[in-house]
Design a protein around this ligand. Structure first.
Ligand SMILES: *Cc1c(COP(=O)(O)O)cnc(C)c1O
Length: 365
């Protein structure tokens, strides 16, 4: 049996007729950018999350970058960010000329709330929190620190569509909730896409201008904006998928529960859930000190896996100028050496799940 980390045509086939109908409708409508489908998706996604406004953009990275810009984050400002994240979170900070201040993760791989306060300085302007792998970060504690120091709070929800903390949707805790609709995400489009959710009407207005050359009225440019728009095709397809998102997340949870119950190997550490947090299993990430050997073993058995992520942002080549070295964030660096994501995708069969479990259990470290 051969299994990839994600087999994307499976999720298409689950609702194929609905996607094809939605796509044809857009093709025939003759209106392809910023039209009714985008407006409808923005309404429906805001309502799904329990937020007031939603602004569709080109990507998750743009959602983060434009949110930071709209919140006034720029040169001279410091932004607290998890050391253990995908580099896009950090790129959004540095794209605005601000400085990332890295904070180590907790046992759930998310920003360690207990370590944020010691990173706050008079220059700190915001916290950018990430709900990594689909598990909500400790938003009770993180919101309390943001409030205490009067910091802006941006949530990177690129991996957490539909995940909650204390019953409240991720993306609705801070000033801005930033989502990616990259095809592999839980709410993935069929191309690039992203969105920001906010309750702040002024922020929503600014973001709507920023995504469209900085103009509200055509050819009247108030801000130095960009071209970052969700297109009608992606919006129409996302509306179909959003209507099934709870089922799709429930299916991921079912796969995760099978892994959690079935994988019994003392050399593998399985994910654990923080009290109050919900996990939508964007990725099912295990850990082992023999990671590279285990990855090779799975590959020889026909199972492809991916490391999320092998190089932490502070050690990325592009950030050499920040002057960090190996050893600066030991917990994050250890995770980068030990994590491995097992296959997890909608449309995965019981036979495939059982096969992954059997192969994991057959590994002798
Ligand atoms: C995917 C991802 C992004 C970037 O989203 P794009 O749509 O690919 O630009 C940002 N942050 C995290 C945590 C992600 O997983």
């Amino acid at each position: 049996m051969k299994i990839d980390l994600a087999i994307l045509n499976r999720q298409f086939e689950l609702y194929q007729a609905e996607y094809e109908q939605a796509a044809l409708k857009v093709l025939r409508a003759g209106w392809y950018v910023l039209g009714q489908e985008v407006a409808a998706f923005e309404r429906e996604f805001a309502s799904y999350l329990g937020g007031k406004f939603c602004i569709g953009v080109n990507s998750g990275l743009d959602a983060l970058t434009l949110s930071a810009r709209a919140l006034g984050i720029g040169a001279g400002d410091e932004v607290i960010v998890p050391a253990n994240t995908y580099i896009a979170t950090v790129l959004a900070i540095t794209a605005n000329g601000a400085t990332p201040i890295f904070v180590e993760p907790d046992e759930f791989y998310n920003l360690d709330a207990a370590k944020i306060e010691s990173a706050v300085t008079p220059k700190t302007k915001a916290i950018m929190v990430v709900h990594l792998y689909g598990q909500a970060a400790r938003m009770d504690k993180i919101c309390a620190v943001a409030e205490k120091y009067n910091l802006k709070l941006i949530e990177d929800c690129a991996q957490s569509h539909g995940a909650k903390f204390g019953g409240k949707m991720t993306g609705t805790f801070g000033d801005a909730g930033c989502f990616s609709f990259y095809p592999t995400k839980n709410l993935g489009a069929f191309g690039d896409g992203g969105a920001i959710v906010t309750d702040d009407s002024d922020l929503a207005k600014t973001l709507k201008m920023l995504r469209n050359y900085g103009s509200e009225i055509k050819y009247h440019n108030k801000l130095e904006g960009v071209n970052s728009r969700l297109d009608e095709m992606q919006a129409a397809l996302l509306r179909v998928k959003l209507s099934h998102l709870d089922e799709l997340n429930a299916e991921r949870k079912k796969i995760a529960d099978k892994y959690l119950a079935g994988i019994k190997n003392s050399s593998l550490i399985l994910p654990s859930i923080c009290a109050g947090a919900e996990h939508v299993y964007h990725q099912f990430v295990i850990r082992t000190t023999r990671r590279d050997d285990f990855k090779r073993y799975l590959e020889t058995c026909g199972i492809k896996t991916v490391i999320h992520y092998p190089i932490p942002p502070h050690l990325a080549e592009c950030y050499a100028r920040l002057g960090y070295k190996r050893g600066d964030f030991p917990i994050t660096e250890k995770l980068a050496d030990e994590v491995l994501s097992l296959p997890m995708f909608n449309g995965m069969t019981d036979d495939e799940i059982d096969f992954v479990i059997e192969v994991c259990n057959g590994y002798n470290a």
